[in-house]
Ligand binder design. Structure first.
Ligand SMILES: [Zn+2]
Length: 159
């Protein structure tokens, strides 16, 4: 789940400039390894594609079936063990991390629909996953975007 959010949020705006954590091979491979990936260039390319499509899907700009080609060659294998039936997802090695992210997104859509969403600050490119009971969170971070909005409203009121 956190890899999903980390991947979606790997292109933040910092002082109005985009910083892509997957933008250069060294940084991107490090990112992948930190999240349990193998750190290959093929993996990095797939992670970038997955991220960019997912961002559009979560923003409602692209239909979710755009993710379908990324799941090519992925199988689920049933196995009877002493604990009963177990399903194992098999992917090409370089695709495992990206597939895990897509499956995490699908699970979030199914079990907590609408809770993964873009930050309400137009100048922010991040996403949030609202785990609160009220489900009214609007900011990726109260400390950053929430306070900025509060300050803006205060400024408008007192102007
Ligand atoms: Zn934000």
């Amino acid at each position: 789940m956190d890899t999903l959010l980390d991947l979606l949020n790997s292109r933040p705006l910092v002082n109005g400039e985009e910083r892509d954590a997957l933008g250069d091979p060294a940084g991107g491979r490090r990112w992948a390894r930190e999240h349990g990936g193998e750190g290959s260039l093929a993996e990095l390319a797939l992670l970038r594609d997955t991220r960019d499509i997912l961002r559009d899907v979560v923003r409602g700009e692209t239909s979710p079936d755009a993710l379908s080609p990324l799941l090519e060659g992925v199988h689920q294998i049933p196995e009877i063990t002493s604990d009963g039936l177990q399903w194992t997802v098999r992917t090409p090695p370089h695709a495992r991390l990206a597939v895990e992210v897509i499956l995490a997104w699908a699970a979030a859509e199914k079990h907590t629909p609408g809770r993964l969403r873009p930050c309400a600050n137009d100048e922010c490119q991040l996403f949030l996953l609202d785990r609160s009971r009220a489900n009214r969170a609007r900011w990726c971070s109260m400390a950053v975007c929430g306070n900025r909005e509060k300050a803006r409203r205060h400024y408008e009121r007192t102007r």
